[in-house]
Design a protein. Structure first.
Length: 78
């Protein structure tokens, strides 16, 4: 909590927090739109919140590996 207060007290720290959490929200919504199984979605989001955007990269690479076309990477399979 002290670290969060320290970051929020600085203007750039606050911008960084907003940037990271806004990015996580966008990725979580994208995964929600792409995954049929919501437990799978939940596992990805928990990983994202615990490990950061490295999980976003892993998810993106996994989607690319399964995609037949570029549009498949960003759209739901069904």
């Amino acid at each position: 909590v002290a670290g969060l207060r320290y970051l929020a007290a600085d203007r750039w720290g606050l911008v960084t927090l907003v940037d990271v959490y806004a990015g996580a929200l966008v990725v979580a919504v994208w995964i929600w739109a792409c995954e049929r199984n919501k437990l799978v979605w939940l596992a990805w989001v928990v990983g994202l919140l615990c490990l950061g955007h490295a999980v976003s990269l892993v998810y993106l690479l996994a989607r690319i590996g399964r995609a037949r076309r570029l549009s498949d990477v960003f759209q739901s399979a069904g």
